[in-house]
Design a protein around this ligand. Structure first.
Ligand code: FES
Ligand code: FES
Length: 186
């Protein structure tokens, strides 16, 4: 097929991006969202897709240090960016704990992930990656929040299991623990 016959929706564009500290260079369609790119191209399925319209927050990642709905960002828009998904959260902790998963893999847990576990702040876990990323950004910017501030900060993330109280408790506990350790979330 000649170049002129390639329709725009079939053309591929190069994306050069760092995700969780690893550089990837891939060819993507213009319509590929960052959420699909992370999950399908890079196999980072910790980023979940719920509504695909920016309403639920399940797909939240850090894009150049700020939270972003990866379902609303095209992969080509992330060209040259630094992305952190829930898989990379532990590496951002000052003192991450190494744990061994059931499948034998070793991973680093961010204190936020530990408190979510301790407070039963995840039920089905579908919303959890988005909440963790949003909470990470929030505590980085406001390390000593009130409960009302936590509720306001997380109000853009939806939990269909309605586990909100435990999530708020977990984030407040994370703030306390991180303050005692004398470190912010990053
Ligand atoms: S899937 Fe992106 S906000 Fe719901
Ligand atoms: S824990 Fe199930 S959607 Fe939040």
């Amino acid at each position: 097929m000649s170049e002129a016959a390639v329709r725009p929706e079939e053309a591929l564009y190069e994306v050069d991006v760092v995700v969780n500290g690893v550089r990837y260079v891939r060819q993507v369609e213009a319509r590929t969202t960052l959420a699909d790119f992370l999950r399908e191209e890079l196999g980072l399925t910790g980023t979940h897709i719920g509504c695909e319209q920016g309403a639920c927050g399940a797909c939240t990642v850090l894009l150049d240090g700020r939270s972003a709905r990866s379902c609303l960002v095209y992969a080509v828009q992330a060209d040259g960016a630094d992305v952190v998904t829930v898989e990379g959260l532990g590496a951002l902790a000052p003192r991450a704990r190494r744990v061994t998963l059931d499948d034998g893999r070793e991973v680093e847990l961010h204190p936020l992930q530990e408190v979510f576990q301790a407070h039963h702040a995840l039920q089905c876990g579908y919303c959890t990656p988005g909440f963790l990323i949003a909470a990470f950004e929030f505590l980085r910017d406001n390390p000593r929040p009130t409960e009302a501030e936590v509720r306001a900060a997380l109000s853009g993330n939806l939990c269909r299991c309605t586990g909100y109280q435990n999530i708020v408790d977990a984030v407040l506990d994370a703030a306390r623990r991180l303050a005692e350790e004398g470190a912010g979330p990053a």
